[in-house]
Design a protein around this ligand. Structure first.
Ligand code: CO
Ligand code: CO
Ligand code: CO
Length: 346
């Protein structure tokens, strides 16, 4: 029996995240632990928490898991692991250890699918230098998979959402549109080549991009995942108390993503993301509708969004391209805080 995981879910990958607005509502009631060794907590909506062990070492902790984002179990495992580990890279950390988190419907799928998902996760973790040393499985439908990851970082070298400064250039390291392509795949109108490119990008570790960030001592970054380019840019603008302007025509897109929107491929998660961002957003009056909706497309295992000071900006872009992140480009700028946190233009 050929397993097709994508047919088991309505929302796969990071599109399955609950709405950022609802999440904010819920987290309001959760007290934050107070401890001087907590260097980064959810206050700044960062990718991971950071805890100081001593003056040389802090731990980066993060977890992510989600339902299938592609048909093949092995590829799903790879993508889920790359996505989970990405939050450590986005903070400038070195991922070291992980635990598997797995939900699997034993009555609905053959056990080979279970093994294949874990094998995909193991291989991707190994590529990242991460040892998976345990995990936990629940019998549940549809399947969900991800990792809880621990990384090391120097307490003074943490890259956060709060590190963007007026005058910086915004660089994105992967083309976007994975949510739209997945929707197109389900409707059977996405090109095979675009599906392959989306899967290649989702499997691609943010490791090389993170190495470039560390080389240039970049202070502000995040990875673009479930809240979309606009949602993650907003979180960065708020944490840094700046305004971010994104020029949507400069944003690299996967294949025929623009055309798929004309054909109705706007996943529900895009509207949830738009709803979250709207009150802090100003759009240019002539902003193209498709480009606007692409800004809200939930990405799975998306690229790094970096805020790069002007004097190193050209070197950073050329380094990113030379390590294989060929679509890395400037997509916007950071300015002093004006009346909205986020501006979307053409
Ligand atoms: Co993240
Ligand atoms: Co995450
Ligand atoms: Co257990």
């Amino acid at each position: 029996m050929k397993v097709d995981l994508l047919q088991m879910v309505e929302y796969g990958g990071c599109s399955a995240k609950i709405s950022p607005k609802l999440l904010e509502e819920i987290l309001k009631y959760l007290p934050l632990p107070k401890d001087p060794n907590i260097l980064v907590d959810i206050d700044t909506h960062d990718d991971a928490g950071v805890y100081r062990v001593n003056d040389q070492l802090a731990l980066v902790l993060t977890t992510d898991f989600f339902p299938p984002v592609c048909s093949d179990p092995y590829e799903f495992g790879q993508i889920a692991a790359a996505n989970s580990i990405s939050d450590v890279y986005a903070m400038g950390g070195d991922p070291v250890l992980a635990l598997n988190i797995m939900m699997f419907p034993t009555a609905k799928l053959p056990m080979e699918a279970y093994t294949e998902i874990l094998k995909g996760g193991y291989d991707k973790a190994t590529e990242a230098g991460v040892r998976i040393i345990g995990g936990h499985t629940i019998d549940d439908n549809p399947p969900k998979y991800g990792l809880a990851v621990v990384g090391y970082i120097h307490p003074e070298k943490i890259i956060t959402n709060a590190g963007a400064r007026a005058g910086d250039h915004l660089i994105l390291t992967k083309a976007i549109g994975t949510g739209i392509i997945m929707a197109g795949q389900r409707l059977k109108i996405a090109d095979e080549a675009d599906i392959d490119e989306a899967k290649r990008l989702m499997k691609l570790l943010n490791k090389t991009g993170a190495e470039v960030m560390k080389k240039y001592n970049i202070k502000g970054a995040t990875d673009v995942t479930g809240f979309g380019l606009a949602g993650h840019a907003l979180k960065m603008a708020m944490a840094s108390e700046v305004t971010i302007r994104i020029d949507m025509k400069k944003v690299p897109l996967i294949g025929n993503v623009y055309k798929l929107i004309d054909e109705g491929c706007i996943p529900g998660a895009s509207f949830r993301n738009l709803d979250f961002v709207e009150e802090h957003l100003q759009t240019a009056s002539d902003l193209d509708y498709n480009l606007k909706m692409i800004a809200f497309d939930a990405q799975t295992s998306g690229g790094l969004l970096m805020s790069v000071p002007d004097h190193i900006f050209h070197e950073v872009v050329s380094d990113l391209q030379s390590v294989g992140l060929t679509s890395s480009t400037e997509i916007g700028i950071v300015t002093e805080k004006s009346d909205r946190f986020l501006l979307l233009g053409n």
